[in-house]
Design a protein around this ligand. Structure first.
Ligand SMILES: *Cc1c(COP(=O)(O)O)cnc(C)c1O
Length: 392
């Protein structure tokens, strides 16, 4: 067998995103033992950088071993006990998954459904909290990657506190691309993933718990059904001064995350958010010039994930295949009820640049002209360029 050399790709799908050379270099640094004092400083650094990124003072802020889904599983499995009622906003794939995990923990999932492409209305959450008796937690997806919807989060935490429910938030796609204000929004459990706007390979799940969440976990009547993701045990490894063996930390991934978070810190969160916003506006302007309409309404669109509906005369899967084969560009198709109907274009972290926006629009234009779907070359590029020139 020969060495595997991956073809060159521009990753503009719903994840993973492009990875900075400095992060790749960190991945290949020599290993340390996971209890080596030199490695413990790496963990301390990650904790403090993650607190900045989550905008939280929570002492319990760590990186869980596993992808974003491990963060999701950890959030639910530690909080939810058999018989607990949990309100879950379901307006796409990830809300649906969260409800399933709640049920696998023996919880009662109270689903608040909203159409795919729309937000979960706060009034519906409020009504459910008032009518459902004691509720253990409210679970929401901040950035629904299957539809490109941005869930408003500012005042839901307060509402949850009034009803003595914990607030659990999926910030897998949002962290590092739009504000995730854990403390100001009164979020009790928040998790993310490394492969989206943090631009690190998939493999770790940033995770933070409030004191209220920790107290609820301590008060459990039954032990957490997962041993690997039991935060009461994992806490002893991450706690300074203790660092007791639980499982071997994924050393190389933690090196990589530390470097990815250093890059976030160097750029600064406000500049990073502005970059995601500007590039997504230019991308969407160009896509609309090609006749592609965004799925979510203007006030609830994510900058790092643009979801556009594809007109029926366009074979969306064939275009995606050509983008990959001819131009080496990856974008995403639709999931579930949106399969075959939308494209999901990610501008996440390192992938989010003006050069990438113009490269993708040029490639799409080229394919659209070849198929006779548009006649004027350059229109999408000009429209996008106008957005950039507006800001200079
Ligand atoms: C990608 C994603 C996940 C799952 O993360 P993995 O790294 O694929 O395990 C969970 N929630 C949302 C909103 C996501 O976009």
């Amino acid at each position: 067998m020969q060495e595997f050399l991956p073809p060159r790709r521009l990753l503009l799908g719903p994840g993973p995103s492009m990875v900075h050379p400095r992060v790749l270099r960190a991945l290949s640094t020599p290993l340390l033992g996971h209890l080596d004092p030199a490695f413990l400083t790496v963990m301390n650094d990650i904790q403090s950088l993650l607190r900045e990124t989550f905008r939280t003072e929570h002492r319990f802020t760590i990186a869980i071993s596993g992808t974003g889904s491990a963060g999701m599983e950890a959030a639910i499995v530690n909080v939810v006990e058999p018989g607990d009622a949990v309100i879950v906003g379901v307006n796409g794939v990830f809300g649906g998954r969260l409800a399933t995990v709640v049920e696998r923990c023996g919880g009662k999932a109270i689903r608040i459904e909203a159409p795919w492409g729309q937000i979960v209305p706060q009034e519906a959450i409020e009504t459910a909290l008032r009518q459902s008796g004691p509720v253990k937690a409210v679970v929401l997806v901040h950035a629904e990657t299957s539809t490109g919807v941005r869930q408003p989060m500012e005042s839901i935490g307060r509402l949850c506190r009034d009803h003595e429910a914990l607030l659990i938030v999926d910030a897998v796609t949002s962290l590092g691309g739009i504000p995730v204000d854990v403390d100001r929004w009164n979020i009790d459990v928040c998790y993310s993933g490394t492969q989206k706007c943090l631009s690190c390979p998939p493999g770790l799940a940033p995770f933070t718990l409030s004191d209220r969440a920790l107290a609820a976990i301590k008060k459990r009547r039954t032990p957490c059904q997962s041993w690997y993701l039991d935060m009461a045990l994992v806490a002893d490894y991450w706690a300074e001064g203790s660092r007791a063996y639980h499982h071997t930390a994924p050393i190389s991934m933690l090196y990589a995350l530390r470097e990815a978070l250093r890059l976030v810190e160097e750029e600064g969160l406000p500049a990073r958010f502005a970059r995601h916003q500007l590039n997504s506006e230019a991308l969407l302007a160009g896509l609309m010039a090609l006749g592609l309409a965004p799925l979510p309404p203007a006030e609830h669109r994510l900058p790092m994930l643009t979801c556009v509906t594809v007109p029926a005369h366009i074979d969306e899967a064939a275009v995606r295949a050509q983008l990959l084969q001819t131009f080496g560009i990856e974008i995403g198709g639709g999931l579930g009820p949106l399969k075959g109907k939308v494209w999901r274009i990610g501008l996440m972290g390192e992938s989010c640049t003006e050069a990438n926006v113009l490269t993708l629009l040029n490639a799409l234009e080229e394919l659209f002209i070849r198929s006779g779907w548009i006649a004027t070359p350059g229109l999408a590029l000009q429209t996008a360029a106008r957005v950039y020139s507006r800001t200079r």
